[in-house]
Structure formats: structure tokens, C-alpha cells
Design a protein. Structure first.
Length: 65
């Protein structure tokens, strides 16, 4: 079919849908430990992690010192 600039109906986009390779099983989702933490516990855990990652000369920010 050749291009005709005077065609009566515009060409429509045909959507191509292909099945993906992912399989999701909602029944098999496991609950992790972090899912059960409260906001306060999560905040305290983040604070401990951040303080543990600081260089040793930043000890003035440590809760121990």
C-alpha cells in the first residue's frame, strides 16, 4: 500500500503488547524484618548505621563520647 496524502482516515497507531518474562506470585511474598519495624525503630536503626559509617575523627558526633 503506497502513501496517499489524500486518504480519508488517518493512520492509527497500533499498540503492540508482548508478554513479559516476569512472573509475579503474590502468595509467595515473604515478609522481611524491616517490614515490621515502627518508624521510631527504623529511625534509630538509620542513626546507628550512619554513625557507624562516619570516619573515626568524627567521634564528637558519636552518642558514646
Amino acid at each position: 500500500m503506497a502513501y496517499d496524502p489524500h486518504r480519508r482516515t488517518p493512520r492509527t497507531h497500533r499498540r503492540i503488547v508482548r508478554r513479559g518474562s516476569e512472573d509475579f506470585d503474590a502468595e509467595g511474598v515473604k515478609e522481611e524484618q524491616g517490614d515490621r519495624l515502627t518508624d521510631g525503630e527504623r529511625s534509630a536503626q538509620d542513626d546507628r548505621r550512619i554513625l557507624g559509617e562516619l570516619p573515626p575523627h568524627w567521634g564528637i558526633f558519636s552518642e558514646r563520647g
